[in-house]
Design a protein around this ligand. Structure first.
Ligand code: SF4
Length: 203
């Protein structure tokens, strides 16, 4: 069985999810292929993604695609983009209908195995504090981590989560859209151009 199929069959958190306000069963959303060039390391699926079975298939995804300069078709091209969140399942809501944090056991169980299956990555985009911590060991305040994005670029970009909850953060930090996003978009285009040129040479 492939790793993606192993993850899709995972039910480690069944009891944990049954005890949430949503009382849902695990529905992992693995989205990766060894040929992927760009990693999107996110947090965890929201309810819409849980229902659709497709990563970032929601308003957060629309904003993220806008940040990346990618169309839906490009974003869901498994030969280009892999989506590997801190947890592959929707963690459920708490009593106030806020998303619960991703269960740490998910990254502990799967993250290293998935990363070993992605040898062609040229760019890692770490979305939100959980991804910053899991991939870079960054535990500081999110704004500070993102403000220091040039420490990791161009191979790694650190972003806040594109959730509507961060609209105020975006307003307070205009440098993010003015400085970071143009560099990120240019880096993505360069990865795509290089991939296309490699494919032309090998055909
Ligand atoms: S969140 Fe991860 S560890 Fe938990 S059931 Fe889903 S795939 Fe398994």
């Amino acid at each position: 069985m492939s790793l993606a199929k192993d993850i899709a069959a995972c039910r480690i958190c069944a009891d944990r999810f049954a005890a949430t306000a949503t009382r849902h069963t695990p529905r992992p959303v693995p989205w990766f292929r060894p040929s992927a060039r760009i990693l999107i390391a996110g947090q965890a699926p929201g309810l819409r993604v849980h229902e659709a079975g497709k990563p970032f298939f929601d308003r957060s995804g629309d904003r993220l695609r806008d940040w990346l300069g990618l169309s839906q078709e490009e974003f869901y091209d498994l030969n280009l983009v892999a989506c590997v969140p801190a947890a592959f399942c929707f963690p459920g809501y708490n009593a106030k209908r806020a998303d619960l944090p991703p269960p740490p056991i998910c990254a502990g169980t799967w993250q290293d195995k998935v990363m070993e299956e992605l040898p062609a990555l040229q760019l890692k985009i770490l979305v939100g504090a959980y991804a910053h911590r899991n991939h870079l060991g960054e535990k500081g305040p999110l704004t500070e981590t993102v403000q220091n994005w040039q420490r990791h670029a161009p191979g790694v970009f650190v972003l806040p989560h594109p959730s509507w909850r961060n609209t105020g953060w975006l307003r307070r930090n205009p440098w993010f859209e003015a400085d970071l996003l143009p560099e990120l978009k240019a880096t993505i285009r360069s990865v795509m151009d290089q991939t296309q040129s490699n494919q032309q040479h090998s055909s």
